[in-house]
Design a protein around this ligand. Sequence first.
Ligand SMILES: NC(=O)c1ccc[n+]([C@@H]2O[C@H](COP(=O)([O-])OP(=O)(O)OC[C@H]3O[C@@H](n4cnc5c(N)ncnc54)[C@H](OP(=O)(O)O)[C@@H]3O)[C@@H](O)[C@H]2O)c1
Length: 209
Amino acid sequence: MHLLLLGASGLVGSHVLKLALADPRVTSVTAPTRRPLPQHPRLSAPILDFDNLPQDPAVWAADAVICALGTTLKVAGSRERFYRIDHDYTVEIARLAKAGGAKSFVLNSAKGADVKSAIFYSRVKGETEKDVVALGFERTVLVRPGLIDGPRPEPRPAEQFFGSLLRLLKPVLPRSLQANRPETIARVMLDQAFSTVPGVTDISSDALV
Ligand SMILES: NC(=O)c1ccc[n+]([C@@H]2O[C@H](COP(=O)([O-])OP(=O)(O)OC[C@H]3O[C@@H](n4cnc5c(N)ncnc54)[C@H](OP(=O)(O)O)[C@@H]3O)[C@@H](O)[C@H]2O)c1
């Protein structure tokens, strides 16, 4: 399988990349990023300007796509920029990958994603899901983690505080309220990229514990 991976430099995406490159079923990986990735014989990692994505379908040719791209409102700096990155980049890449022949799209969305949500973040995630599903891949997988708990190079005080709290409370919390580890999300996403079950599949946070 030739895999197209978005967000390969991020917490979840870097785990997907590691697993994919170690998986004999994955013949090659294309991982467009905005900064260089360590080289690997089966990896092509073009540096792109995501505001000017190449339109040539050959660039995006793949059997399956895993998308773990996204930012935070704080880093984005405005709601408009957040929407541009989390929604527009994702949907535009999905459109290009569909034109390039991809059959499956596995999206790292978020718990609570809902077009009708009163919370801006959840609404953007819901709209992204809706617009990716509307592209009509043979198979779309919506993976919805709760808090993603793992080491990050940059400080995210709120996430780190709640991550520690949820780890402490884990023995008494139901699976649906527990944090999700990036390596578990990555494993599930890669497995889903190989599935041939048609239609739309939702994977909730309790299946990612
Ligand atoms: N954090 C949580 O608790 C949480 C919970 C539920 C769902 N999610 C969602 O899960 C997904 C993966 O999360 P994560 O924690 O792995 O994310 P992450 O570590 O922040 O990584 C995000 C990826 O997106 C890329 N990206 C961000 N802004 C970009 C831009 N302007 N242009 C090009 N690439 C850009 C990053 O590239 P750079 O390395 O170049 O920045 C990185 O590869 C995201 O969609 C996130 O919203 C997160």
